[in-house]
Design a protein around this ligand. Structure first.
Ligand SMILES: [Cu+2]
Length: 228
């Protein structure tokens, strides 16, 4: 039917066709394999990140405490299990740093209350006084209400406060008295504690409210992922 020339052209075309199909199958297969490996890699990286974050929680910061709330109720660390805590240490007579940081704590609280991902455990901002001599529950109560209705204020005896600060490695030292007045030099740090009562992260003055709220949200999501 076909001349020799026509049939050899036909068979050449067929070979090219088969070759191209083989090439595309190989390419497609290769691309799928690469995509699959990439997917596995991403999953692994995500898991690694979650586990790394969990490992931070095992650092030796935090521990038991027993204090008095701004509503004059005795309270311990156990009472806060099942909540995310952001703990700030300061004193009500602080001239500038504490007001700034409590303003920030209030902003962080507002931001976290508005986050899109639904969280199982509530967020609780806490102010701990490092000036038990002057900071009575009444004074702490009045003070924190100027910043946020969500804050819980804690104070106690000198020993109780010193004990908590020791566990949280918070340095504080009462300065010389000028008349009745004095300054308490203290570390400016916010500590994040997870619902299991474990320390997770800390934030200094260099981080703004938005950065801290974002970091906390990441920890909350990672915790959720780990405890599914
Ligand atoms: Cu202060």
């Amino acid at each position: 039917m076909f001349s020799d020339a026509t049939s050899s052209i036909l068979s050449l075309k067929l070979s090219i066709c088969l070759f191209l199909s083989a090439v595309s199958v190989t390419l497609f297969g290769g691309a799928s394999l690469i995509a699959f490996i990439y997917y596995l890699d991403q999953r692994k990286a995500k898991k690694r990140k979650v586990l790394q974050r969990a490992a931070v929680g095992k650092m030796a910061i935090g521990g038991p405490f027993s204090l008095i709330t701004h509503e004059k109720k005795p309270i311990t660390d156990k009472d806060f299990l099942g909540q995310w805590l952001l703990i700030y240490f300061g004193f009500t007579h602080c001239p500038d740093i504490c007001p700034e940081e409590l303003e920030k704590l209030s902003d962080i609280t507002e931001m976290l209350n508005k986050q899109k991902t639904k969280q199982k455990y509530p967020f609780q901002p806490i102010f701990v006084s490092v000036d038990p001599e002057r900071d009575t529950p009444e004074l702490v109560s009045k003070y924190i209400k100027d910043y946020s209705p969500h804050f819980i204020g804690l104070t106690g005896t000198r020993d109780q406060v010193a004990e908590m600060c020791k566990h949280y490695r918070v340095y504080f030292s009462q300065g010389p008295k000028i008349g009745d007045d004095y300054i308490v030099d203290h570390a400016i740090i916010m500590y994040l504690i997870n619902p299991n009562g474990e320390f997770v992260d800390y934030y200094g003055r260099n981080k703004n409210a938005k950065e801290v709220a974002y970091a906390i949200e990441q920890h909350m999501n990672a915790f959720k992922e780990l405890n599914k």
